[in-house]
Write a protein that binds this ligand. Structure first.
Ligand SMILES: [Zn+2]
Length: 83
């Protein structure tokens, strides 16, 4: 049996490694958000964004947790559907 080792597998208890589906459009305007220019932050960072009420956007700017920066990039919390 020739199994492909690179395909992502979803295992219980391995949620940190599971890909999070991105929200691709602004739910208010229906307009597509630009593709992220910074790497997706770790889950612990997302929790910190909420705690500190300042979130990083997908291009590295800092906005309110549910904010969008002047370049049109949403916070990672919006992008990842956390809020
Ligand atoms: Zn920006």
């Amino acid at each position: 049996m020739n199994r492909i080792q690179h395909s992502p597998s979803f295992a219980a208890g391995d949620l940190d490694e599971a890909p999070v589906p991105h929200v691709l459009h602004d739910p208010d305007t229906g307009l597509p958000w630009p593709y992220p220019t910074t790497p997706e932050p770790a889950f612990v960072s997302l929790a910190q964004f909420l705690f500190e009420a300042v979130a990083e956007t997908t291009d590295g700017c800092l906005v309110e947790p549910d904010g969008v920066c002047q370049h049109g990039h949403p916070s990672w919390l919006l992008r990842l559907g956390v809020i």
